[in-house]
Write a protein of this length. Structure first.
Ligand SMILES: [Zn+2]
Ligand SMILES: [Zn+2]
Length: 706
C-alpha cells in the first residue's frame, strides 16, 4: 500500500479536518498519553472557563499557548496532565438565567423559587460546552474532556468545605463588618480582585457644597463630592490636622477651604483665592467645630456624634477642598473614622441600591447611582442655598464586572479570609514563581499582593458553594464549620439522603440543636465567591483529601499554568492565596501570561462595537495552523495583540509555504515507500540527507536550551 498522501489542493480547513478525523480514528491523543504515562511528570493546571458564553479568539490564543507547551513536554517524553475543568458557579450563570427568565434581582429570584432557579443554573452552565469542546478540538488543543473537574459537583464542594474548615482552624476565616464595593443590581459585595476588573473612565457631576458652622452660619465649610447622594448620610467633615486652611470673604459670607485649593473653586463667578483672606488655620484648629448638616431628610439614631469636624490622615489637598464629607455607611475611610470618633451611623439605602424611608418621599425607591437621583439632590442643595458650583469630573469609577452596574461602597457584614495575615508569605512564594513576562510577577501581581486586603469571601446569592458555617440562632458566636458530609450527617443525626445535593436551598434544611445552649444551629445564608472554587482546583479536582491522595500529591504544585492578563487578580491570585493560607505552599512554578487580543485597529473587542472576531470563521478561511502560528508569531505573548485578518498570511504564510513545498517535494519522490519499509542507516544516506539531519539536531538542541 502506498503512503497515504494528503491532497494539498484542498483548502486548509478541509485538509485539517481530514487530519483531525484521522487523529480521532487513531485515538492519537489517548495514545500519546499512554506512551508517556510513566515518563517524568509535567503538571499542567487548566484554568476552568465558564461554559455559559461562547469561546472567542482570545481563548484560542491562550489555548494555543497551553497546547504548545504541553505538546512540547509530551514530545520530550513527559507525562503531561491535561485535565479539563469547568467553572460552574457564580454570578455569570445566575445572570444568564435571570435573562432567560426575564427577571432581575434577588426579590424576583426568590419569588420564582430558589430551587427551580438553581436547577436552571445547573442546566445553563453547559449551554456552550459543545462549542468549547469542538473549538478546542478544531484548533488541536489536546485536553482530556472525558474526565473534567466540575466545580458544582458534591465531591468538588466537599473539598472546598474541607479547605474552608482548615482556614477556620487556622483562625483565617472570620465574619466582619466592612464597607465593601457592592453591586446594587446583583445585591452582593465584590472582592477587591473583582473590583479591579471593572474600572472605567466616567464623567460625573461633582459638587461644591457649603456646611455652615452651627455657631455662626455666615462662616461655612466647603466640601466637594463626586457622589452627591451620599450627603444624605453625612455625619462629619474630615480635615487633615497639619494642612493649612484659609477663610475667604465674598459678599459678607465666609468660606473655609484648604489654602492650596482656594484657586480651584468659584464663588460668585470668581476663583475663591481672589477674594480677601480674612483668617487662616491648621486643620487641627477646626477639629471639634459643629456645623449644620445638609439635606436633613434622614433621621439619625440617638447615639453617636454628628455634624462635627474630625481629623483624618487620609485627607489631602490634591483635589476637592481639603475638607471631606463623611458618610460612614458608604466609604471605608468614613467607616474607620466613625469607629474612631464614635460617630452616628445611618444608612438610608436598601440592599437593592435605592433610597428607603427618607422624609423626602420623591427620593424613596430611586437608585442612588442614577443620574436623575443626583440631579434631584443637586437641585435641592441649590434650593436650600447649600450649593456653590457643579463641575463635570472625569475619573475612574468601578462598575460590576459581571453586569456593568455602577458599584457603590456600602457597609455590609461579610465573611473574610484573613489573607493579610499571610501577606509576607504570599510575597515570598510569589518570588519563587517564574513569570513570563517577568514584569507581571514583580509589577502588576506583586503590587497587588503588596496592597493585599482580606478576601471578602461571601456572596449573598444562590448558585454557589454554600458557606459551610452553622450558627446558633440564639448566640451567633456558637458556631461550627463543617469540613465534610460525614460531619454533616453526624450533626444531623441521620445518614444523608442518596440524592443529597450540597446546594441551596436544600442545604439550608439541615439544622440541629446547639451543643452549648440548645438553640437551633442553622447554616448562614451566604454562598462563596466562585473564585475560591476555581482556586481550589488543585485539591478539589481530586476530591482531596477524601480520595486520590496520591494523585493529588503527584500533581502538586503545577509546573505550568497559562491564562490571560486579566487573571492577575482572578485565578492567579485565588490559586496562590489558597495555597499559602491552607498549605503554606507554592501552587505553580511557571506562568505564561498572555495579553489581550484587540481588533485590527487596536480597539478592544466588544459585542457593542460589533468587532468581535468569530474564531470559527477565520479558521474556516485560513485554517487553524495559520491562526495558531499568527497568534504565537506576530509578537511576544505579553504584548497586546492586534488581530488583523490581513496580517495572517504575512506572519504565518512564510513558514507554512515552506512546509507545503517541502511536503510536495516529499510527495514527488515518495514512490512506493511507506513508513513500514523503514529508512536506511544514517551512515549510508547521501550527504545532503545527513546534513539535513545534523541541522535538525541543532534546532532541537537550540529549542531545548531556550
Ligand atoms: Zn452586578
Ligand atoms: Zn447556642
Amino acid at each position: 500500500m502506498a503512503y497515504p498522501l494528503a491532497d494539498l489542493k484542498l483548502a486548509p480547513d478541509t485538509l485539517e479536518r481530514q487530519l483531525l478525523a484521522t487523529w480521532k480514528h487513531e485515538r492519537l491523543f489517548e495514545k500519546t498519553q499512554e506512551a508517556v504515562r510513566y515518563g517524568p511528570p509535567f503538571v499542567f493546571y487548566e484554568g476552568p472557563p465558564t461554559a455559559n458564553g461562547r469561546p472567542g479568539i482570545h481563548h484560542v490564543f491562550a489555548r494555543t499557548i497551553k497546547d504548545l507547551v504541553c505538546r512540547y513536554h509530551t514530545m520530550l517524553g513527559q507525562a503531561v496532565t491535561r485535565i479539563a475543568g469547568w467553572d460552574t458557579h457564580g454570578l455569570p450563570v445566575e445572570i444568564e438565567v435571570e435573562k432567560t427568565l426575564g427577571i432581575s434581582g434577588k426579590k424576583q429570584i426568590e419569588a420564582y423559587g430558589v430551587e427551580k432557579f438553581n436547577a436552571l443554573c445547573r442546566e445553563n452552565v453547559f449551554m456552550y460546552k459543545t462549542d468549547w469542546e469542538s473549538l478546542s478540538e478544531r484548533i488541536g488543543y489536546w485536553l482530556d474532556y472525558a474526565h473534567p473537574y466540575i466545580t458544582y459537583t458534591n465531591e468538588y464542594i466537599e473539598s472546598v468545605w474541607w479547605l474552608l474548615k482548615r482556614l477556620h482552624e487556622k483562625a483565617l476565616l472570620y465574619r466582619g463588618h466592612k464597607v465593601l464595593p457592592y453591586c446594587p443590581r446583583c445585591g452582593t459585595a465584590l472582592s477587591s480582585h473583582e473590583l479591579a476588573l471593572g474600572y472605567e473612565e466616567v464623567q460625573t457631576n461633582s459638587v461644591y457644597v457649603t456646611f455652615p458652622l452651627a455657631a455662626d452660619p455666615k462662616r461655612q465649610l466647603v466640601i466637594w463630592t463626586t457622589t452627591p447622594w451620599t450627603l444624605l448620610a453625612n455625619v462629619a467633615v474630615a480635615v487633615h490636622p497639619d494642612l493649612e486652611y484659609g477663610e475667604y470673604e465674598v459678599h459678607g459670607m465666609r468660606y473655609i477651604v484648604a489654602t492650596a485649593r482656594a484657586g480651584d473653586l468659584h464663588v460668585a463667578g470668581a476663583p475663591l483665592a481672589e477674594a480677601p483672606r480674612v483668617a487662616g488655620y491648621h486643620g487641627r484648629d477646626l477639629v471639634g467645630l459643629k456645623y449644620v448638616r445638609p439635606l436633613e431628610v434622614v433621621p439619625l439614631p440617638q447615639e453617636g456624634q454628628r455634624a462635627i469636624v474630625v481629623a483624618g490622615g487620609f485627607v489631602s489637598a490634591e483635589e476637592g477642598t481639603g475638607l471631606v464629607h463623611m458618610a460612614p455607611a458608604f466609604g471605608a475611610d468614613d467607616y474607620a473614622v466613625a469607629q474612631q470618633y464614635g460617630l452616628a451611623f445611618v444608612n438610608p439605602v436598601a440592599p437593592d441600591g435605592t433610597f428607603q424611608d427618607t422624609r423626602w418621599t420623591e427620593l424613596n425607591g430611586l437608585l442612588v447611582t442614577a443620574k436623575e437621583t443626583n440631579r434631584l439632590i443637586i437641585d435641592r442643595l441649590k434650593h436650600e442655598g447649600r450649593w456653590l458650583e457643579t463641575r463635570p469630573h472625569t475619573h475612574a469609577y468601578p462598575f460590576c464586572w459581571r453586569c456593568d452596574s455602577a458599584l457603590i461602597y456600602y457597609a455590609r457584614t461579610s465573611w473574610f479570609v484573613r489573607t493579610t495575615a499571610v501577606k509576607a508569605r504570599m510575597l515570598e512564594v510569589n518570588a519563587q514563581v517564574r513569570w513570563h513576562p517577568p514584569e507581571v510577577g514583580s509589577g502588576r501581581f506583586g503590587e497587588w499582593l503588596e496592597n493585599n486586603v482580606d478576601w471578602a469571601l461571601s456572596r449573598d446569592r444562590y448558585w454557589g458553594t454554600p458557606l459551610n458555617v452553622w450558627q446558633c440562632e440564639r448566640e451567633t458566636e456558637h458556631r461550627e464549620v463543617l469540613g465534610s458530609y460525614a460531619e454533616l450527617a453526624e450533626r444531623w443525626g441521620r445518614p444523608l439522603p442518596t440524592d443529597f445535593d450540597a446546594h441551596k436551598p436544600g442545604i439550608d434544611g439541615y439544622h440541629w440543636p446547639c451543643r452549648e445552649c440548645g438553640g437551633t444551629m442553622r447554616r448562614v445564608p451566604e454562598v462563596i465567591d466562585a473564585w475560591f472554587d476555581s482556586g481550589a482546583m488543585p485539591y478539589a479536582q481530586w476530591h482531596y483529601p477524601f480520595e486520590h491522595q496520591a494523585d493529588f500529591k503527584g500533581h502538586f504544585p503545577a509546573d505550568f499554568i497559562c491564562e490571560g492578563v486579566d487573571q492577575t487578580r482572578g485565578w492567579f491570585y485565588s490559586l496562590l492565596a489558597i495555597g499559602v493560607t491552607a498549605f503554606d505552599a507554592l501552587v505553580y512554578k511557571n506562568v505564561i501570561v498572555n495579553e489581550h487580543v484587540l481588533d485590527a485597529q487596536g480597539q478592544k473587542m466588544s459585542k457593542s462595537r460589533g468587532n468581535v472576531v468569530n474564531p470559527w470563521q477565520v479558521i474556516e478561511e485560513v485554517g487553524a495552523d495559520a491562526v495558531r502560528l499568527f497568534l504565537l508569531g506576530q509578537s511576544q505573548v505579553g504584548v497586546r495583540k492586534r488581530f488583523d485578518r490581513q496580517q495572517i498570511p504575512k506572519v504565518a504564510g512564510g513558514f507554512l509555504n515552506t512546509l507545503r513545498n517541502t511536503y510536495e517535494f516529499f510527495a514527488w519522490y515518495v514512490g512506493d515507500w511507506t513508513s513500514a519499509s523503514g529508512a536506511p542507516p544514517v551512515a549510508e544516506r547521501p550527504l545532503t540527507d545527513r546534513w539535513v539531519l545534523a541541522r535538525l539536531d541543532e534546532v532541537v538542541a537550540a529549542v531545548r536550551a531556550a
